[in-house]
Ligand binder design. Structure first.
Ligand code: ATP
Ligand code: MG
Length: 364
């Protein structure tokens, strides 16, 4: 197999600390005969400090050329007053846009060892394993017109426009159905067809794709508000949830809270398959941000970052066996009572970032 090219973008704050733990896992893979060709580049505040941009054209080109990108986190108070166009977050937005990453995958997994620590009752979330597939490049975040119009006499009008076209819904639906086939065979589509035309179209297109191409997958529809309620009331009824950009933003944050800590949650953003190679552009990143409050102190939980690597093995390289082994290693370390401060519980042993990475790598 051709060398697997991986671009590491540690970024700012706890990003580099967490990325250092990924290196330990990559070293284990290399010793086992699964080497990655890795390159490291700058993004966010680190890139701004080096060359005045949130990501340079050269480093952007590396991302476009890589088989997968692993991203840490960007931003922090140090860059609060840099110009808007080059603020650290602009680096991530450019990556998403130029790589055309339209599908955002956010698993909400509750490791049994942490069910007690969850914000909800144990019986709700113990063993929770759902996947939210959020459309990421369309909808109300990008539709035009998008403006504030001055109406005079102290009145203004704020306008955002929700737009979805058939092809955008088809491609996100296919991602959701394909993923459901590798999981528990069930997709729940969420929109608001009772009040939104885009919801009507969303429902219609997802239904047709399911009927024509994925008869083996069970498809349910829910209004997004009812879906949010069900997500909190009985989250384990779901397998894959597919929804638009705005609802996906909210529903995935709700799902995240079911599982306990921000330091545990990975995500993936996928583009369309290349017409020739079938390869999808992909970026993997922890859900958490740069956490400037704990940066540089060895306190960060590296599990979200390591779990993002596991998603990469599964979705970009079809290394399902290795992905599962890595996730089992994480679960085993938690079962053994090894905890970073954010997930610390009575009777457990508190460790720092490096020790947590060592522990996972040792069990992998
Ligand atoms: P962003 O705007 O980039 O999302 P944020 O300020 O909203 O950033 P985070 O940077 O994710 O959010 O941090 C939120 C809180 O969660 C912080 O106080 C931080 O201490 C904690 N936190 C986030 N990630 C981790 C982690 N990996 N390990 C431990 N604590 C974390
Ligand atoms: Mg945030």
């Amino acid at each position: 197999m051709a060398a697997r090219k991986l671009l590491l973008l540690p970024g700012d704050g706890i990003g580099p600390e967490a990325m250092a733990e990924v290196d330990k896992v990559l070293a284990v893979l290399a010793r086992a005969g699964s080497p990655f060709e890795t390159e490291t580049a700058l993004v966010g505040g680190a890139a701004y400090d080096a060359h005045g941009q949130a990501i340079s054209n050269d480093h952007m080109a590396l991302a476009m050329d890589a088989d997968a990108v692993l991203f840490g986190a960007v931003g922090g108070p140090k860059w609060d007053s840099v110009p808007y166009e080059v603020r650290p977050e602009a680096g991530l937005l450019r990556l998403r846009k130029d790589m055309a990453l339209f599908a955002n995958l956010r698993p909400a997994i509750c490791y049994p060892a942490l069910a007690d620590a969850s914000s909800l009752k144990r019986e709700l979330v113990d063993g929770l394993d759902i996947l939210i597939v959020r459309e990421l490049t369309g909808g109300v975040y990008f539709g035009s017109p998008k403006e504030i119009v001055d109406l005079g006499e102290g009145q203004k009008r704020g306008v955002d426009t929700q737009v979805y076209e058939t092809y955008e819904i088809e491609r996100i639906a296919r991602v959701a159905f394909e993923l459901a086939r590798t999981r528990h065979g069930k997709v729940t589509s969420m929109e608001k067809r009772n009040v939104m035309k885009t919801g009507v179209l969303w429902n219609e297109v997802v239904s047709r794709v399911g009927r024509d191409e994925y008869r083996d997958v069970r498809l349910d529809h829910m209004l997004a508000d009812a879906g949010g309620m069900q997500l909190v009331r009985s989250p384990k009824q779901f397998d894959v949830i597919v929804t638009d950009n705005l609802f996906g933003d909210m529903l995935s944050d709700i799902a995240a809270m079911l599982t306990g800590s921000l330091g545990m949650l990975p995500s993936a953003s996928l583009g369309a398959p290349d017409a020739n190679t079938g390869r999808r552009r992909a970026l993997y990143e922890p859900v958490h941000g740069s956490a400037p409050d704990i940066a540089g102190r060895g306190l960060a939980n590296p599990i979200a970052m390591i779990a993002s690597l596991a998603m990469m093995l599964r979705y970009s390289f079809e290394m399902t066996h290795e992905a599962e082994a890595l996730e089992r290693a994480i679960a085993a370390v938690l079962e053994a009572g090894t905890r970073t401060a954010d997930i610390m519980a009575p009777g457990c042993r508190q460790v720092g970032t490096g020790e947590m990475g060592d522990a996972v790598a040792a069990r992998f």
